[in-house]
Design a protein around this ligand. Structure first.
Ligand code: AMP
Length: 348
């Protein structure tokens, strides 16, 4: 999706991806090497004016090794913070952004103590390399501690209080060198089994955007950030608690391709190439459904049914994001109706 946006801006893109037939191959040449392969990164740097990344588990050291020779955006310091849930929470706290109560866990003893401090249930998470709910265990009572420790205890961990949130939102924005910032309308997100399933924009309470933008702006400025960043938040009694941030274009912002005046992908490119950032206004109420595990049979929809299908060309596998569908409508009710119709195709 970044590659498609780049083509429209006249930017040539070369990709680095270890998989033999990555989605990116549809839009540009791919260097098929592991993300930490010196040879692969050398090749990439050799043909690039600038490097960027769009998933978080890229080894920071590998990017830093190139940063002296070729510009790397977003800054690797931001990636470093985002890769470690403990550091991430420390950054939030240093900016006065509220977070769920948490404890750093370096031993089984720490976990027992954390349970006493946080109360049950608690969520035990690996500090690094977790995504889509992987590397997480919910501990409902002291009976679960041993199993959770056995499953995750070999890695550095963090324990969080279980947040009884009303719903989840994300706020996505872009910052350009020099400090220009633009922010998209607030997006409401629904997860299943720790994986994002549906995003709706605008979120049900648009008034929360002011506070969310304040938090996002503080974070972007603190990190001297360049590029798109997504901040994920829990909404509880109309207050916000930060869950995590992603230093990249974000799945909950895919609706911006058709639903906003400028997509998050274009704005990411504009930010890293130091071009004026585009208008982030919504052009309609948007809904996005991730296609997980299998693709729907869209031929069963009426011929005039309006939707935008993005097929990433990946082979199906349970739990794998294979694509997404976006629908637009004049109002929330229309959007929700259209999404429900598509969702039914996947379940029937
Ligand atoms: P994460 O990988 O931290 O984004 O977690 C994935 C999903 O798990 C979140 O989007 C929430 O739906 C849920 N989750 C994570 N942490 C908590 C928590 N402390 N309390 C309740 N739900 C959580």
């Amino acid at each position: 999706m970044l590659g498609t946006a780049a083509a429209r801006l006249g930017i040539d893109v070369t990709f680095l991806d270890p998989s033999p037939s990555p989605p990116a191959a549809q839009v540009g040449p791919v260097i098929c090497e592991p993300f930490d392969s010196t040879a692969g990164l050398e090749k990439l740097a050799g043909v690039s004016d600038l490097l960027t990344y769009e998933f978080e588990n890229v080894p920071v050291e590998a990017l830093e090794a190139l940063a002296g020779r070729v510009a790397v955006f977003p800054p690797t310091a931001a990636l470093r913070h985002a890769q470690d849930r403990w550091h991430e929470k420390q950054v939030f706290e240093s900016l006065g952004i509220p977070v769920p109560q948490y404890c750093r866990i370096d031993s089984r003893q720490d976990l027992v103590k954390a349970a006493a401090i946080l109360g049950f249930p608690i969520v035990l998470k690996t500090r690094t390399l977790g995504y889509d709910g992987k590397g997480q265990r919910v501990i409902k009572s002291s009976d679960d501690i041993q199993a959770a420790w056995q499953a995750l205890g070999s890695a550095p961990l963090i324990a969080e209080q279980w947040v009884k949130f009303d719903y989840e939102v994300s706020v996505i924005g872009a910052r350009r060198q020099g400090g220009q910032i633009v922010v998209y309308p607030l997006t409401e997100n629904q997860h299943r089994d720790g994986i994002l399933r549906v995003s709706l924009s605008p979120a049900r309470n648009e008034a929360l955007l002011d506070v969310a933008s304040e938090y996002l702006t503080a974070l972007l400025d603190k990190l001297d950030y360049v590029g798109v960043l997504a901040l994920e938040l829990f909404v509880r009694d109309d207050g916000l608690l930060a869950n995590e941030f992603a230093p990249r274009v974000h799945n909950s912002g895919h609706w911006t391709i058709e639903g906003a005046a400028t997509s998050q992908f274009e704005n990411h490119l504009r930010a890293i190439f130091d071009l004026p950032l585009g208008d982030t206004s919504a052009i309609a109420c948007a809904g996005m459904l991730n296609l997980i595990g299998r693709m729907p049979d869209t031929s069963r929809l009426p011929a005039d049914f309006p939707f935008f299908l993005h097929d990433y060309g990946k082979s199906p596998r349970p739990g794998r994001k294979l694509g997404h569908i976006t629908v637009l409508a004049e109002n929330r009710a229309g959007r929700d109706q259209r999404l429900a119709k598509i969702s039914n195709l996947l379940t029937n």
